[in-house]
Structures are given as structure tokens and as C-alpha cells.
Design a protein around this ligand. Structure first.
Ligand SMILES: [Zn+2]
Ligand SMILES: [Zn+2]
Length: 170
């Protein structure tokens, strides 16, 4: 039974199996569509991490990115990437400084990652949002999706003006 330990073999087997049984699989998902949709909806409303993943995967930039990645067969150009990062840093020194200070504060435990202040996605997914870059340790923890919608519309702060969480640091 050694062949089942061979990842490539298993992968090929699964692919062939699906190719052979495409109709069967389609019929199965047709039959159970309502049940599966209900399950997905249930999970979406109870599991913030799942919700986050779904939103992220549905977001335009995510799709654009993955399509672009699929379309180009060449690997990521690291030098170019680094250059554009450095250029960004040059243009946004205040932002970069604030981000660096957050990173350091996290490292030394002076700052703690919190769940997304908007949707409650788990803390490990949070990124620090600054209202004022001159106060680098006054951050609002937001997940990617909510952070983006904040920057795009700033609707979030209108709804939750008191959520600016400040932790005093000496
Ligand atoms: Zn969120
Ligand atoms: Zn931000």
C-alpha cells in the first residue's frame, strides 16, 4: 500500500476520480445544496475567522491578485518588490515609523493585538490602524476587510466613534 503514501499519486488519483465522476459530484451537490448553503450561512454568522476568510476571498483586490498571479507564470520579482516597498517607505515615513513602533511594542508586550473592533475577527488577524500617525501606539485593531472599508469610506468611525482604543505606554 506504499502508493497511498505518495502525495503525487494520491493527488492524481483524486483528480482522475473527480474527472470520472463529475456528473455524480454535480448531482450530489445539487441534491444537498440547501443543506450546504444553510451550513455555510450558519458558519458565516458564528465563526468570525470563516467570515473573514470569505470576505477576503470575495474582495476585488484578492481576486485581481490571484488572477494576475495565475496569468503570469513568472515568479514574483523580489528586487522590484523591494524597490517599490522602499519607495513607499520614503513617501510615507510617518506611517512606516508608526508601523515599526507598533511592531516593537508588540514584541515587548507593551501593546496587545485585539480582535477586530468592527466585526470581531480573531486578534491574530488584526492589523493596527492609526488615526494619528504622530501617536503611533494609539491604534484601533481591525481585520483587513474592515480596515479597508474604513479607509475607503470611513463609515466605520462614524458608527463607532468611541472605539478608538488607547493604551497608555510609559
Ligand atoms: Zn473586521
Ligand atoms: Zn488604517
Amino acid at each position: 500500500m506504499g502508493k497511498w503514501k505518495d502525495k503525487a499519486y494520491v493527488k492524481k488519483y483524486n483528480r482522475d476520480y473527480h474527472a470520472r465522476n463529475r456528473e455524480k459530484a454535480r448531482a450530489y451537490s445539487q441534491r444537498h445544496r440547501d443543506r450546504d448553503n444553510a451550513r455555510r450561512r450558519e458558519r458565516y454568522s458564528t465563526d468570525p475567522a470563516y467570515k473573514h476568510r470569505v470576505n477576503l476571498q470575495n474582495s476585488v483586490s484578492y481576486r485581481k491578485h490571484s488572477i494576475a498571479r495565475l496569468a503570469s507564470s513568472r515568479p514574483l520579482d523580489r528586487t522590484k518588490n523591494r524597490q517599490s516597498c522602499m519607495a513607499w517607505r520614503e513617501r510615507n515615513q510617518d506611517k512606516h515609523r508608526a508601523a515599526r513602533m507598533v511592531k516593537t511594542a508588540l514584541l515587548y508586550g507593551r501593546l496587545e493585538r485585539k480582535p477586530c473592533a468592527c466585526c470581531g475577527a480573531p486578534a491574530r488577524m488584526s492589523i493596527a490602524h492609526h488615526e494619528d500617525y504622530s501617536k503611533p501606539l494609539e491604534v484601533i485593531w481591525l481585520c483587513r476587510v474592515c480596515h479597508k472599508s474604513l479607509h475607503q469610506g470611513r463609515r466605520f468611525l462614524v458608527r463607532y466613534p468611541t472605539l478608538i482604543a488607547v493604551k497608555e505606554v510609559t
